[in-house]
Write a protein that binds this ligand. Structure first.
Ligand SMILES: NC(=O)C1=CN([C@@H]2O[C@H](COP(=O)(O)OP(=O)(O)OC[C@H]3O[C@@H](n4cnc5c(N)ncnc54)[C@H](O)[C@@H]3O)[C@@H](O)[C@H]2O)[C@@H](O)CC1
Ligand SMILES: Nc1ncnc2c1ncn2[C@@H]1O[C@H](COP(=O)(O)OP(=O)(O)O)[C@@H](O)[C@H]1O
Ligand SMILES: [K+]
Length: 503
């Protein structure tokens, strides 16, 4: 299976219901599977003498926690569990076994405070059934857990975090490890959630598949692998496609240089660069492998006179990119409009091309368009606020590509969403190495290079993955990581994908 689902709390509940009612697997069996999988995950992190405090809520998340209490005691660990008064299946089993459960809040808070870094707190307060912010007892327990020196394992989602929209206002568990039950919850990949989940893993507990359509997935190595262009032995430059990249201006020469270098190292067959005359000597030095298109008009930027030459060359290409360091003069606007409205070549629009874009132009007579905006650029295109976009980029991406069916959207940021026709793939692997000028230009180049021989969605998925993984290969400190390191690392990224190994 190459798709890794991200589910809302409601979709996860539907999966539980389907497994229990339609397939007939009793709920206690699933609970036992969950508790045993959670215990073996936790036990792989425990050391001799580790103590475990389990905080259990009123629903099934809490039942998972009580079952863990029983299993960990069976295995000889020193555990204590808190659960509010009330009858339940797991509670009855504990009573039958003579295993105590604590109900005093003061006692639990003191215990949390006494724990050390080798100890663990299990957050089994709330999972997909959370319906409002944490208050009272739950707020107090969450503060006590977050203030403890012990590490925290969150069951399914950190309590206080909504499975669809991420952290609610007020207290939220700050986990070191989150073990999602069955599928990862969508809320845990949103920007506000990532600092609170710690490491995330998904446990298989034998849930069924209700076969209802799903639209949100995680972008993983195995997905990226399926999108990597194949390189047959009996190939020639024509096999890997022809690229034209238009960009650059007197004030901004670096952007198109970085983008073109990244593009070349993504493996297209032939690369032609259309830059204003003033940038041609530098381009020849930086990337002698590229051909240069002579442009009439203003020598300092791409002016209106240059547009016909670029359009003419575009007709012979598999993909054309525009925008890097181009400036926002009239020539840029005309070029973007004409590329969209008068050609059917695959387009990649970035940076200044996005700043002049009128979204009506995205309904093209033919051909697909890859857009690579950051939230600021996306806000200008859509009229949506940056804060709404960054609060839930998945929803924003989904809405946009439902409205613009010829478009593949790459909505960039610490998490990046790739979307087409309302389907979204989320890459939630933040890395500050990429938080610097030039990173976006390199991404545009990589995607353009891949789109020369791959369909636009696959190019975007594979490009976003490779760009994000390059800092891992380079092993440079995030502060020092730069564009040349990214280009140098691409070879290792492609090899790791091709050979099916993790970086
Ligand atoms: N049904 C099953 O057999 C399975 C359940 N599983 C676990 O069950 C969880 C879902 O269980 P539930 O649907 O019972 O949901 P929860 O255990 O998340 O909690 C729901 C209960 O909490 C109350 N509640 C919600 N928000 C509250 C708040 N802020 N303050 C106080 N009370 C609040 C609700 O009224 C309800 O009683 C999953 O996250 C997962 O951990 C899994 O183990 C898979 C199998
Ligand atoms: N903290 C981060 N974690 C992961 N990726 C990041 C982070 N910060 C930036 N990036 C990535 O770096 C790129 C920056 O692009 P952009 O904002 O357009 O910058 P530029 O000015 O270089 O064009 C995007 O692909 C974005 O997803
Ligand atoms: K939880």
């Amino acid at each position: 299976m190459t798709e890794t689902l991200l589910e809302t709390a409601a979709q996860a509940q539907e999966r539980d219901r389907y497994t229990i009612e339609q397939e007939g697997i009793p709920s206690p069996v699933l609970m036992e599977n969950a508790a045993r999988a959670l215990c073996s995950l936790l036990e792989s992190r425990l050391v001799a003498g580790s103590r475990i405090l389990i905080l259990c809520g009123p629903g099934s998340n809490g039942q998972d926690g009580l079952a863990m209490h029983r299993i960990l005691q069976e295995h000889g660990w020193d555990t204590a569990a808190y659960c509010p008064p009330g009858q339940s299946l797991q509670r009855r089993i504990l009573e039958n076994r003579g295993i105590p459960v604590l109900t005093s809040l003061t006692q639990i808070c003191a215990l949390a405070e006494s724990l050390g870094p080798d100890d663990w707190i299990v957050d089994a307060m709330f999972g997909s059934g959370l319906s409002r912010p944490l208050e009272g007892t739950w707020h107090t327990l969450t503060e006590a857990a977050n203030g403890s020196a012990a590490r925290i394992l969150a069951v399914d989602v950190p309590s206080g975090m909504d499975g669809e929209t991420g952290p609610l206002p007020g207290a939220v568990i700050q986990a070191d490890l989150t073990a999602c039950i069955g599928t990862r919850k969508l809320g845990t990949v949103l920007p506000a959630a990532l600092p609170l989940t710690g490491e995330v893993t998904t446990l298989d507990i034998g849930l069924g598949n209700p076969n209802t359509p799903r639209t949100v997935f995680e972008l993983t190595a195995s997905k990226a692998r399926t999108c990597l262009p194949v390189r047959p032995l009996l190939s020639w430059k024509g096999t890997f496609g022809k690229v034209l990249m238009a960009g650059g201006s007197r004030r901004m020469h670096g952007a198109i240089e970085m983008s073109a270098r990244a593009c070349f190292h993504a493996g297209p067959g032939l690369l032609t660069v259309a830059v204003p005359e003033i940038l041609q000597p530098a381009m020849r030095c930086v990337l002698p492998e590229a051909m240069l298109l002579d442009l009439p008009g203003d020598p300092d930027c791409i002016s209106e006179e240059a547009v016909p030459a670029i359009l003419h060359a575009a007709r012979d290409m598999n993909v054309v990119s525009a925008g890097n360091g181009m400036g926002r003069q009239e020539g840029t606007r005309t070029l973007v409009q004409d590329l969209l409205q008068k050609t059917d070549v695959t387009l990649v629009l970035d940076a200044d091309a996005l700043s002049v874009l009128d979204p009506h132009w995205l309904h093209r007579p033919g051909g697909q368009t890859i857009l690579t905006p950051h939230p600021g650029e996306f806000s200008r295109i859509t009229g949506w606020s940056v804060s709404d976009i960054t609060a839930n980029p998945v929803k924003a991406a989904q809405e946009f590509t439902r409205a613009y069916p010829d478009t593949v959207l790459v909505l960039k940021g610490a998490i990046t969403c790739v979307s087409e026709h309302g389907q979204v793939w989320v890459l939630a692997r933040p890395d500050s190495s990429l938080a610097k000028g030039g990173s976006g230009d390199m991404l545009c180049g990589i995607i353009t290079g891949l789109a020369a021989s791959q369909n636009p969605l696959e190019a975007a998925l594979c490009g976003v993955w490779a760009h994000n993984q390059a800092p891992l290969c380079s092993k440079k400190d995030p502060a020092a990581f730069g564009p040349q390191d990214l280009v140098d690392a691409l070879s290792d990224v492609w090899k790791s994908l091709r050979e099916g190994r993790d970086l």
